[in-house]
Design a protein around this ligand. Sequence first.
Ligand code: ADP
Ligand code: MG
Length: 318
Amino acid sequence: MQGEFDLIERFFRRGPARADVALGVGDDAALLRPPPGCELVAATDTLVEGVHFPAGTDPAAVGHKALAVNLSDLAAMGAEPRWALLALTLPAADEDWLAAFAAGLEALAREAGVALVGGDTTRGPLAATVTVLGSVPAGQALRRCGARPGDDVWVSGTLGDAALGLAAATGRLELPAAVAAALRARLDRPRPRLALGRRLRGLARACIDVSDGLVADLGHVCRASGVGARIERAALPLSPAAQAALAAGGDPAAPLVGGDDYELLFTAPPWAAAAVAGLGEVARIGTVEAGAGVRIVEPDGSERRLEAGGWDHFRGRP
Ligand code: ADP
Ligand code: MG
């Protein structure tokens, strides 16, 4: 791409400095100093225009989200993020777009203390791939495979906001402007739960971030752990904006199957319940049980079951 080096200098040699970066942007590769006694934690995720964000999305939000979705993966592992790399594909060197994108990414990088240590810049359909690297004390990472029957199922924050925001943004749902804006903010600027993830080390038995939707992501935990789970629909935490959107005709399944909320979904033994509740912004939504699959218990006691393949039909009372 023409002016590639100039663009990199102007837009991507930024962000917080870290003592554990021996060499950052500018050479053939970065040199990093992982802390002793830790495991290196690595995750990467791509955002493609028209697939992962609507065309025309505020470039600052794209920059934020490209990093945020990766930080959310590190949060779900209980890891501390340290470094990031950015592979950016652009249709043209649009400086205004780049400046806003870089500013959105940099603001979150500073907040999370992540140094941008390298990347790649190419021409093509708009897509941003971020790789984050971080650390966790050896053996203490939160994984998907540790849930046991009798554990409580917990989730942070609120569910369904991003999916309802997407429905409003794409014209499938008419909402008052303030409600639509609140939901759109959840879609565009997810807040990775980094502090919560670290505090869950030693408390949670299994953890995942909600990117595909509660039922799908809990299904991943159940399969990895060899268990099933029962979720109380009435216990699902909903934001005031989501409640307003549901009252205005939003898909009632959004809190169950809507993706992109980037909350932490985790299980913990009952003895840890007071400590978990004390972390704040968490709700107990169900129980891990022997077996397989996810059961959703409706307020009237009826239930629906999700097997590996997808939704079963409404099953009536258990
Ligand atoms: P190479 O040809 O050796 O891969 P590049 O020309 O792709 O080198 O990149 C030059 C330097 O700029 C490298 O240190 C690379 O990590 C960094 N870099 C390139 N693109 C980006 C980007 N979008 N964000 C951050 N660093 C980047
Ligand atoms: Mg390169």
